[in-house]
Every structure is written in C-alpha cells, then in structure tokens.
Design a protein around this ligand. Structure first.
Ligand SMILES: [Fe+2]
Length: 193
C-alpha cells in the first residue's frame, strides 16, 4: 500500500481554532527556505520548530488521538507482522499561496509521513506520488517533468489525513485556490525491533 487516506469526523475537527493557531505560528516561525518549494510557500520546516507539534495536543486532544489511531491502523496494514517502533522526529506547517507547487522529493531516512489538511480543496493542490527512479543529491524537479503515467494523484480536502512512506517520491501540484492551502505534517522514523 503506497498510501492511505482518512477523513476526519466533523465532531472532533475545529478548523477555525487550528487555523488561527497555526497561522500565528507561521507568522512567527515561517520561512521560504525549503528546497522543495516552488512559488509562494511559507513553511516552518526545521528541527528547531518541532515543538509546534505539542500545540495540537493542547488545542485538539481528540483530533490528536484520532491521528494516532489512523497512524497505527496504517502501520499494521503496511508492516503486517513485522515488529516496529515509531519515533517522532519532525513536525512542520506548510502554507501554499495560489500557483505554488512542491517539487518531487523524498523524506530520508525510512519514515512515515502524516499530512493533515487544515485548508484544501480537491480541485487542485493534489498530493502526487511518483513511481519513477529518484536520485538523492540531484536538483529537485517539478511534477510536470515526470511522465504522467508514473503519477498517482491524491485529491485532498479540508479534514483529510494522508499517510505515506517517506521514501516514496512525491510532490504537490499547483494550488489554484483563493486562500492558502494549509497542511500540518508529522514524520515518524521507523525502528525495526
Ligand atoms: Fe514531503
């Protein structure tokens, strides 16, 4: 299974509260330095901002529990009987303005990536997985430089959670919405035990 998409129940998701909180954190910690970004994107990616993950538990503990349950469901399906331990290692917020894209990249070393969408629309800004050889250390390319038949488009909406393996090459197609497409991303390393 390359990925799994979950839809958050309405009664545990408070988008306005989370958007207010994470927009303020983007203003405080956001930057445009990430290599994957193309166009107007603000991100908090970087080790020193990992503590922003804690705010989710304080603001929306039920949502946090749901995300954790989805994470375990995904891992049990993907890893089957292979014993594993997950170790939190990164958290960040991405805000994409109109026409921004994310270039094709991977997350190293082996990990799982959870992307929860605070504002998205399935008309654009798809998460796109790419089944094509990917070389570390080379300049990152936009999605349109990869053959169409190698791509799996995953349309996403507000309240969706997508979980995928970090080593699967992926990018985000151009965002055409009028307000920023905002997602929070949690990454867990995998320890095989
Ligand atoms: Fe990514």
């Amino acid at each position: 299974m390359l990925y799994k998409k979950f839809q958050c129940p309405d009664n545990i998701f408070e988008p306005k509260k989370l958007l207010n909180y994470y927009n303020s954190k983007l203003l405080e910690f956001g930057h445009s330095k990430a290599l994957e970004t193309y166009g107007d994107i603000l991100s908090t990616v970087g080790d020193k901002n990992n503590h922003l993950f804690l705010g989710l538990n304080v603001l929306c503990p039920k949502l946090m529990k749901w995300i954790n349950d989805c994470k375990m469901e995904y891992c049990k399906e993907v890893f089957k009987d292979k014993p594993f331990k997950l170790v939190f290692n990164r958290f960040w917020i991405n805000s994409m303005n109109p026409n921004a894209e994310v270039k094709v990249h991977t997350h190293q070393p082996e990990c799982i990536v959870l992307v929860f969408y605070l504002n998205a629309s399935n008309n654009s800004g798809d998460l796109v997985l790419v089944d094509y050889p990917f070389s570390l250390g080379k300049e990152l390319k936009l999605l349109n430089e990869y053959p169409e038949h190698t791509k799996i488009h995953i349309p996403v909406n507000t309240g969706d959670l997508v979980i995928h393996r970090g080593l699967t090459p992926h990018g985000v197609s151009a965002w055409k919405g009028s307000t920023p497409r905002i997602s929070i991303i949690v990454q867990y390393g995998i320890n095989w035990i």
